[in-house]
Design a protein around this ligand. Structure first.
Ligand code: 3PY
Ligand code: MG
Length: 255
């Protein structure tokens, strides 16, 4: 249950991820043949349920893709079930306050960082891992290897970003550029100085706190730009959009 994405960043490498929303386990298996490092199973904006999420995590693991989950909201059941199933990263959307992040950390991390509950579940090899490491060893292993990544995508979160990034148990910040730009009054205007300043502020908050910086982009050029800017990781595209774009290009060239 180690975390390849964390290990890569620590080594100075830059993991590349993608969003996954259509819910096909076979498609997730295909992703394992692409070189993509992690997939974010999107339970905020898709109809993927918890059972399907578990199967998608299995399919991701099969191909060496690190499974992350974007949960729907900050609640005990969302967070507990996603990490029990084996998610190695929790993307927590629509954060506005420091207290929301504290609650997410308390559900996601075991003591002494939080108050996560234990069960001999899938992420524990159904009891095998805690049996081998001892319960305290398993708890500390999980705290190290399950990343908590609040999304900065509201004006209120941006205003609190330095404090949020510094919180114990927050491993990094994941920027949602679409919602952030909407919240700042410059929808999808990623070249607007208001948006650019926000990105720089978040990047600096992450650096100052020694935390990871993740950002979503919709195309290759934007991915290159964000890496050049200094982001640790980029999640490029969504399976649904990639499918449509690819077939559109094929159709345009053939017809
Ligand atoms: C956004 O851009 O708002 C997102 O949540 C994508 O990650
Ligand atoms: Mg969003």
């Amino acid at each position: 249950m180690s975390n390849k994405v964390k290990e890569m960043i620590k080594k100075g490498e830059r993991p590349l991820g993608t969003f996954f929303s259509l819910g096909s386990t076979s498609t997730m298996e295909c992703l394992g043949y692409t070189g993509v490092d992690y997939a974010i199973i999107d339970m905020e904006h898709s109809s993927i349920d918890k059972d399907k999420c578990t199967d998608l995590i299995r399919a991701a693991e099969l191909g060496g893709v690190t499974p992350f989950t974007r949960i729907a909201d900050v609640s005990h059941s969302e967070i507990q079930k996603a990490i029990d199933a084996g998610s190695r990263g929790l993307i927590v959307p629509c954060i506005r306050t420091v207290d929301e992040v504290k609650a997410a950390v308390s559900y996601a991390k075991f003591t002494p960082i939080g108050n996560r509950g234990f069960g001999p579940v899938r992420c524990d090899g159904w009891g095998a891992m805690s049996g081998k490491l001892g319960l305290a060893g398993f708890m500390s292993y999980c705290n190290d290897n399950v990343l908590v990544l609040p999304q900065c995508e509201t004006r209120e979160c941006l205003e609190n970003i330095e404090e949020i990034a510094r919180l114990d148990g927050v491993d990094g910040i994941f920027i949602g550029p679409f919602d952030l730009s909407i919240s700042l009054g410059v929808p999808r205007k990623f070249d607007d100085p208001i948006f650019k300043d926000a990105l720089e502020r978040i990047l600096k908050a992450c650096r100052d706190a020694g935390k990871f910086s993740f950002v979503f982009v919709v195309n290759v050029n934007a991915a290159k730009e964000r890496f050049a800017q200094g982001f640790d990781s980029v999640a490029c595209g969504v399976d649904s959009m990639i499918l449509i774009d690819t077939y559109k290009k094929i159709v345009a060239e053939i017809k």
